[in-house]
Design a protein around this ligand. Structure first.
Ligand code: ATP
Length: 328
């Protein structure tokens, strides 16, 4: 760690998420506030390897707090996974006089940062940017809240069609390993059933639940399915299964896909991004390295990158119970 940090690099890496621009703005302005030069590193680690750098000042990040995606662009870099690739990246950072970097991304991006930091004793700090909310060490990742609002909005619209035609809709949402989006958006949108990777509801119980719902007078239903649901069938196979077993059902599927990653960040994500950027830069100034910033019980905290990568987030069992009660 140099005696005094004079120049900090910042990059966005992996899949984009709403709030990345707001976090970039916060990092750049916190650097300006502390008289530190900030350098934008374009296209993630690939840009670091190719020296795609541009100095940024407080005015470079005007009018981006409300923008989805990332103005720095993001990329996946296979070259950074190699020792040679990381060496090129290090040479470029040194040539530019960069003393530390902040990476806004997911656990893959943090793994890259950790390996790099250990190889070159280079100070790094992570900001969790992913809609999945699957990173240990923070109650919320950047983009999760916006994605929930996007999903709820989409389901509200689908429900209009579902209720006009007495249809059952399976709505697939993102979440290969974790069901945070499905559970929260499912409760928020009033779904009749929520299928998540953490819980195997079983096909029989799904059918029972749908029959019960119909008996209780509901003419249409929404079932939210996380991509990685454990029920053993994908969303299209589920549709076929239900149609074969419940003959009087008109079943449709809607896969929300990439629309969940886009859009204007919510106020919550903008505020979170602003807080995370300040915490990231000030932690580097104070001499911390190899951490991820997060928010736990509304306090800004640091978690070692290794723990953030290896730890697992847990589904909120209380919310699971609320969802069960709501489907009565
Ligand atoms: P998302 O949540 O969208 O998956 P992520 O940050 O996990 O975001 P990854 O594609 O897994 O996305 O990782 C982003 C980049 O981090 C990779 O393209 C690669 O450059 C770097 N990276 C990931 N794993 C490693 C590793 N083991 N060693 C070096 N670099 C890595």
């Amino acid at each position: 760690m140099p005696d005094r940090i004079k120049k900090i690099g910042v990059l966005t890496s992996g899949g984009d998420s709403p709030g990345m621009n707001a976090a970039l703005r916060s990092v750049v302005r916190t650097c300006a506030y502390h008289n530190i030069i900030c350098v934008g590193i374009y296209r993630g680690y690939q840009g670091m390897i190719e020296g795609d750098f541009k100095e940024m000042n407080a005015r470079s990040v005007n009018n981006i707090i409300n923008k989805g995606g990332t103005i720095l662009k993001s990329a996946r870099s296979t070259e950074f996974r190699t020792r040679e690739g990381r060496e090129k990246a290090y040479d470029n950072l040194k040539a530019e006089g960069i003393d530390a970097f902040v990476v806004i991304g997911g656990d893959g991006s943090f793994t890259g940062a950790m390996i790099f930091s250990e190889e070159y004793s280079f100070p790094v700090m992570g900001i969790p940017g992913t809609i999945d909310n699957d990173i240990f060490g923070t109650n919320f990742t950047l983009g999760f809240d916006t994605a929930l609002n996007t999903v709820v909005d989409a389901i509200d619209k689908i429900r209009d069609t579902a209720s006009s035609h007495n249809r059952l809709f399976f709505v697939e949402v993102m979440g290969r390993d974790v069901g945070h989006i499905a559970l929260n958006a499912g409760v928020g949108a009033g779904a009749e059933e929520i299928l998540i990777p953490e819980e195997d509801l079983g096909l029989e119980r799904l059918l029972d639940s749908l029959k019960r719902s119909k008996r209780s007078g509901k003419s249409s239903s929404i079932v939210v399915v996380a991509e990685g649901d454990k029920i053993g069938k994908n969303v299209f196979e589920l549709k076929e299964y239900v149609e074969e077993n419940l003959l009087d059902y008109d079943v449709r599927v809607s896969v929300l896909g990439h629309m969940q990653r886009g859009g204007t960040p919510s106020c919550f994500d903008r505020v979170l991004a602003s807080r995370m950027g300040v915490k990231a830069v000030e932690s580097i100034i104070e001499g911390s390295t190899n951490y991820m910033v997060g928010v736990i019980d509304d306090k800004m905290v640091l978690t070692p990158l290794e723990k953030a990568i290896k730890g697992h987030t847990k589904i909120d069992v209380e919310l699971l119970r609320v969802s069960d009660i709501m489907t009565t």
